[in-house]
Design a protein around this ligand. Structure first.
Ligand SMILES: Cc1cc2nc3c(=O)[nH]c(=O)nc-3n(C[C@H](O)[C@H](O)[C@H](O)COP(=O)(O)OP(=O)(O)OC[C@H]3O[C@@H](n4cnc5c(N)ncnc54)[C@H](O)[C@@H]3O)c2cc1C
Length: 524
């Protein structure tokens, strides 16, 4: 048995960022991770063929690069090996009619592509880009602040003071709008609307879901203004740098160490019991980076002592799942719509807003979508070091899928467990890519397929393959993430805190919940 100031359940990047800050503040910290490797959804491994390095989950590290944690600790992270690979050609969509549209960080390039679809849209884009920094100041302030009624009031006050009442209301309206509502009132080209709407599908914002407009808006404007970054050599560069910071500051990271119970005495968290039977004491804090359903009745066998909180953790809603397909390739796809698409970090394959809405609805109804939305990542177009010379990898994210399969919208795959159908479904995905990039199959040197169930096996926080650890719809976001009264990473158990994607401000690699909690506990 050892005694620490803070014990972390899980070594996702939020835990590591929190542990690094607290360790640097002199706290004795220990991070216990059930898997053999740390990083949770941010890992890089040779899943297909030796020499080809694939990001398990997150590939786009722009949120981390732009985070408050990175601003504060850029030098330390660099010392521990953090390297970004900057992306100029960020995202694009290829369409069945052979056309494509893409956003590069060069405004003239993006604007001239837009003008090919609509002169009015090109002018609108320039206007939005010009207004982005003043708008972003408020949105980033909101997303980067602890979530409380007071913080919300402060953001609203600041917004009103700087923009005036009417413009402030417009920002509020953007935050509440669905992607379709914002895109249809802003752009006239269906190709442009569709290209931007695909960003909502990275979360669980299909085009008609209220509260989703801000994601296409922020991603497209931020990519236009700043570009995007990947991790040099793999996304795990950020995990190695974070763990280096933790251990250099005296913190301990233990892998293969599943936490089976958070021990509680007198309404206060006192430590953890590992699955191995070992006990460890935490004198100041236990910080759990887990999915809410792992708490009540499991890590807290007797519950939290607050029936309302326990019920909320059980009822916490997860978003539809993801399948990941990793390919080792002889060369990049031959995109029918244009060779320039080979330069982009992401090529989205989603023909229209209606197709995205239908895919989401099919997944919600337990059906295998007939035409899932594909996010085709081409990391070696930006960072060739991830594959042997001249070779490439593809990172294919398949959105959105049911956790439990009740049927097939295409009527071809009999409903069964994911282990039984995943290869057949992966063939459907390859058929879709082939229809946009003929000859892909001949270029494949190796493949690895992770079904939604496999994602959850790798990381239990990805419940049903939900890559964002809980729906981000309005009723479960802001003051309601993970539940009303607990948006401040607190729980009814004293000294027990939650961090990670299930907590404010949600999923992504921005380390925001971990760092804000660390500042709350250990000071700035
Ligand atoms: C397929 C996929 C693609 C993504 N793409 C992007 C992207 O490109 N850009 C982006 O910004 N975001 C992306 N995301 C989202 C982002 O990666 C996650 O939101 C983020 O990494 C979650 O971090 P976290 O700190 O919440 O912890 P996680 O990464 O979820 O890690 C939690 C850790 O806790 C461990 N754990 C859980 N229970 C226990 C226990 N009882 N005992 C010990 N250990 C335990 C788990 O094994 C895991 O290692 C993606 C996610 C996925 C899955």
């Amino acid at each position: 048995m050892s005694e620490f100031d803070a014990i972390f359940v899980g070594a996702g990047h939020n835990s590591l960022a929190c542990a690094a800050h607290l360790a640097l503040k002199g706290w004795k910290t220990a991070v216990f991770e059930r898997s053999a490797t740390i990083g949770g959804a941010v890992q890089t491994h040779e899943y297909t063929v030796p020499g080809f390095r694939h990001d398990f989950g997150a590939m786009n590290l722009s949120l981390f690069a732009g985070s408050a944690f990175h601003r504060k600790y850029a030098n330390e992270l660099k010392t521990h090996g953090l390297e970004f690979a900057p992306v100029a050609d960020c995202f694009a969509s290829a369409f069945p009619d052979g056309r494509w549209f893409g956003v590069s960080n060069d405004l003239e390039k993006t604007a001239s592509r837009l003008a090919g679809f609509s002169a009015a849209d090109a002018a609108t884009w320039r206007r939005l880009v010009a207004g982005f920094m003043p708008e972003a100041e408020h949105l980033f302030r909101l997303l980067g602040s602890p979530m409380s009624g007071r913080a919300l009031a402060g953001t609203a006050w600041n917004l009103w003071r700087k923009k005036g009442f009417s413009d402030a209301l417009d920002t509020g309206r953007l935050l509440l709008s669905s992607p379709r509502a914002w895109l249809e009132e802003t752009f006239e080209s269906p190709h442009v609307r569709t290209t931007l709407a695909a960003w909502g599908m990275h979360l669980d914002f299909a085009p008609d879901i209220a509260g989703g407009a801000v994601f296409p808006y922020l991603e497209s404007m931020a990519n236009q203004a700043f570009g995007m970054v990947l991790g040099e050599g793999g996304a795990d560069t950020m995990i190695r740098a974070l763990s280096g910071m933790v251990t250099a500051a005296g913190g301990k990271i233990v892998t293969g160490a599943e936490v089976a119970e958070i021990t509680v005495a007198g309404g206060r968290a006192t430590g953890v019991r590992l699955a191995s039977g070992d006990f460890h004491i935490a004198s100041k804090a236990v910080i759990a980076s887990v999915a809410p359903r792992a708490l009540t009745g499991k890590l807290l066998p007797d519950g939290s002592g607050d029936a309302g909180f326990d019920a909320a953790m059980k009822k916490f809603r997860y978003a539809p799942g993801t399948m990941m397909i990793h390919l080792a390739l002889d060369e990049l796809p031959d995109w029918r719509a244009g060779a320039e698409l080979r330069q982009f970090a992401y090529v989205h394959l989603a023909p229209s807003l209606d197709a995205m809405s239908r895919t989401y609805q099919q997944a919600m109804a337990g059906m295998l979508p007939d035409e899932p939305v594909l996010v085709v990542g081409q990391p070696t177009a930006i960072d060739p070091s991830r594959a042997p010379k001249g070779k490439h990898i593809l990172w294919v994210q398949v959105r959105m899928l049911p956790a439990e399969i009740l049927g097939d919208a295409a009527g071809k795959i009999a409903p069964d467990r994911w282990d039984e159908v995943k290869q057949a479904y992966a063939e459907r995905v390859l058929d879709i890519i082939e229809s946009y990039a003929p000859g892909l199959r001949q270029k494949i040197l190796g493949r690895a397929v992770f079904s939604p169930l496999d994602l959850e096996r790798e990381n239990p926080n990805l419940v049903g393959g939900d890559q964002i650890c809980g729906s981000h719809h309005l009723a479960q976001n802001f003051l309601f993430r993970p539940a009303r009264g607990y948006a401040g990473w607190n729980t009814p158990v004293a000294n027990l805190h939650l961090t990670g994607a299930a907590t404010w401000p949600g999923a992504g690699t921005g380390a925001a919940s971990g760092y804000m909690l660390a500042q709350q506990l250990g000071g700035n």
